[in-house]
Design a protein around this ligand. Structure first.
Ligand SMILES: [Fe+2]
Length: 230
């Protein structure tokens, strides 16, 4: 994606995550573009350890294939940002409007969730082309300046995609543990010998007991007092 001449500090990106629009529009546009690129890149990173076959598998009805996660998160931006805010937008493929919907009954029929793994078509290549097309359209849209409502929806879409990254990792974990070969998600997992990406887990000691009573304010304590909230 094209780079903006403006740069946004991490705190400004966080401000956009927190309330969507509470910064000046030029900084907001720059920050939202950076955030958009980072989140979409993170999804590609999640998928990078999976083969095309891995991305087709749905090992239980509650899970979804990675290919579907990639399409559905992209569907969000086409459906709720580009279609309403970009005049004359040419959808990548009209059927995707309902094919990758998962919860909005008002948008039309929703394909049965437990059958997502039978979607051998569209192909993974077509889904990746869909992602690329929407990224290009989003880049063009963001370069033109998104208003506050569009920005709010983009932030929601990014949070939604991050949620699906977590779901995708959970789903592939179930896929691999259901496979009798127990394949590894990462060929070179982090080990004790290498620098871990996060600090080691450790126990911390705290004094026991609550600092003050907890509960809803309508519930009285035995002594008749009203509890506070922890
Ligand atoms: Fe979703």
């Amino acid at each position: 994606m094209a780079q903006s001449g403006l740069s946004a500090a991490p705190s400004q990106v966080e401000a956009i995550q927190a309330d969507g629009c509470g910064v000046e529009s030029d900084v907001r546009d720059s920050a939202i573009r950076s955030k958009y690129e980072a989140v979409r890149r993170a999804t590609r990173a999640v998928a990078a350890s999976m083969s095309s076959e891995d991305q087709m598998v749905q090992s239980c009805p509650e899970a979804s294939p990675m290919k579907w996660h990639q399409a559905h998160t992209t569907w969000f931006f086409e459906t709720f940002v580009l279609r309403p805010f970009v005049k004359g937008l040419k959808p990548f493929r009209e059927e995707f409007y309902w094919l990758f919907n998962s919860y909005y009954n008002s948008l039309g029929g929703i394909p049965e969730k437990s059958l997502r793994s039978v979607f051998s078509r569209p192909s993974l290549d077509e889904i990746l082309a869909f992602r690329k097309y929407i990224d290009q359209e989003m880049d063009r849209f963001l370069a033109s300046g998104a208003d506050e409502e569009a920005t709010r929806r983009i932030v929601l879409g990014l949070n939604h995609e991050q949620q699906h990254q977590e779901l995708a990792l959970t789903d592939i974990k179930h896929v691999f543990c259901s496979n009798p070969l127990y394949p590894s998600y990462m060929a070179d997992p982090f080990s004790e010998e290498k620098d871990p990406p996060v600090s080691k887990l450790a126990w911390h000691s705290y004094d026991g007991g609550f600092g003050r009573p907890i509960g809803i304010s309508s519930h009285r304590q035995p002594d008749g007092s009203s509890p506070g909230f922890a």
